[in-house]
Ligand binder design. Sequence first.
Ligand SMILES: *[C@@H]1O[C@H](CO)[C@@H](O)[C@H](O)[C@H]1NC(C)=O
Ligand SMILES: *[C@@H]1O[C@H](CO)[C@@H](O)[C@H](O)[C@H]1NC(C)=O
Ligand SMILES: *[C@@H]1O[C@H](CO)[C@@H](O)[C@H](O)[C@H]1NC(C)=O
Ligand SMILES: *[C@@H]1O[C@H](CO)[C@@H](O)[C@H](O)[C@H]1NC(C)=O
Ligand SMILES: *[C@@H]1O[C@H](CO)[C@@H](O)[C@H](O)[C@H]1NC(C)=O
Ligand SMILES: *[C@@H]1O[C@H](CO)[C@@H](O)[C@H](O)[C@H]1NC(C)=O
Length: 461
Amino acid sequence: MVRTVSNSLACALLAVHGALAAGITVDVEDADSIKAAAALVAEDLMSYYNGNESGNTPGILPEATTAGGDYYWWTGGLLWGSMLDFRGHTGETKYDSLISQGLQWQVGQNNDYLPANWSAQLGNDDQAIWALSALDADESEFTEPPSADPQWLDLAINVFGEQASDARRVDDGDCKGALRWMIFTFSNGYDYVNSASNIGFFNLAAQLAWVTKNETYADAASDTYDLLKDIGFVTDKFQVYDGAHVDECSDINKVQFSYTAALLLQGSAYMYNHTNGATEWKDRIDRLVDAITDTFFPDGVAFEAACEKASNCNTDMLFYKGILHRGLGSTMQMAPYTADKILPVLKTSAKAAVAQCTGGDNGRLCGYHWSSAKNDGTSGAGQQLSVLSALVSILPQQAVAASSGSGSSGNGTTTTGGSGSQNTTDSGASNTDVPGSPGAKLSTSLGALMGALVLGGLFLA
Ligand SMILES: *[C@@H]1O[C@H](CO)[C@@H](O)[C@H](O)[C@H]1NC(C)=O
Ligand SMILES: *[C@@H]1O[C@H](CO)[C@@H](O)[C@H](O)[C@H]1NC(C)=O
Ligand SMILES: *[C@@H]1O[C@H](CO)[C@@H](O)[C@H](O)[C@H]1NC(C)=O
Ligand SMILES: *[C@@H]1O[C@H](CO)[C@@H](O)[C@H](O)[C@H]1NC(C)=O
Ligand SMILES: *[C@@H]1O[C@H](CO)[C@@H](O)[C@H](O)[C@H]1NC(C)=O
Ligand SMILES: *[C@@H]1O[C@H](CO)[C@@H](O)[C@H](O)[C@H]1NC(C)=O
């Protein structure tokens, strides 16, 4: 974007006086103010989505082969998880049918988030991001797909099963047992082992353990954590490195990205909660929180260390701060004691994030550099999604009315009433030990839990 001198002067004045005509105002101590700001950022985020227009593919942001887009498939999965999180913290249900349609359209022929259209670019990390969003739908009791189709939890379990299998893993050498990055032999990157794929699997396993109370998942999470340490992708100082090539796995690429560290932290927090506060997981959480705030929040504002300084973040990397903020927000829920340390940082970061949303024709699009309090002239779905998640992560969870409509597959179960009232054969404890069967659900009432958080004023008191 080319700016005239008078334009930048106007922006500078706005930055000094707070948003006047352009931009978005937010008081990070006030939930209503945060929600109002988040609603605008979400609306602008959704303006990049056109999968619901005729002739376009539902579920994904415009991809490279479509005019005007350069978003990879995984970012669609992240979009729906982030919108579900927005829904769960604000009660906004107007995007329900888009979320529902998006999450269902991309399940693929085998209900495992591996649609044939996207084979060439499919990594285990990409598949995990979609599975985690299906789990977000399950955990927030979002209306299930039609009962003849696999339910949200089933989809996540299908992905877990594939990624747990030997076929996806390295069979020899220093990385023995680890997940490869790419899934198919013909893809570029099949010979790379990245931390993101293994941490994605770890996070999926941890959340499945928490949801189902089935120890198979807890064991898989523990084993994967150990493997990450053994290979050296997670260091003694709790730095999380990117990965290594299969044939030289001790030769580690030490670049660090915020989202992998955040997904490791979030999974650890689910394990902490699942184990009722095991010291082992508490120690990991404590060390990871320190490492993450040091590395990715210098001055209390999110900073994608590997690419932001040189302004060479690619389209994928522009989404990472969203995962970073959500991972920390989720950690505060699973391990409430961490809020003392995490919440102040998330607030300063969210404030800075919003302060630079003064771009675009509407005067409120967000850029990517948050520390400078000045819009950087870039815009896109990654920028919007990251700021949205920054706002959402400082709001408490709240009860949300049942979602309506199930999108692509038509006529799902729709009911009205409070959270958790959807009729999804949610008959409680007797179902929880049968993951894989349609309708197997979380027995603890997440709705009650959310209500308690709101009443307790945990995050904003
Ligand atoms: C697609 O969704 C957007 C909301 O993000 C909405 O404004 C638009 O009207 C929808 N288009 C169609 C064809 O439904
Ligand atoms: C696959 O591509 C076809 C043709 O473009 C499209 O109609 C379909 O919706 C796509 N499916 C997925 C899951 O992306
Ligand atoms: C697990 O999470 C719930 C919900 O936030 C919380 O009430 C509980 O204290 C957590 N457990 C531990 C051990 O912190
Ligand atoms: C949904 O299903 C119900 C019961 O099968 C039927 O009465 C209703 O017409 C359907 N609605 C739509 C929009 O298809
Ligand atoms: C939920 O569905 C089950 C099975 O179809 C049915 O027996 C039950 O009456 C339904 N409950 C409500 C509240 O609609
Ligand atoms: C636990 O999960 C595993 C992996 O999905 C499954 O094979 C096993 O049957 C489950 N156990 C129970 C008791 O449901």
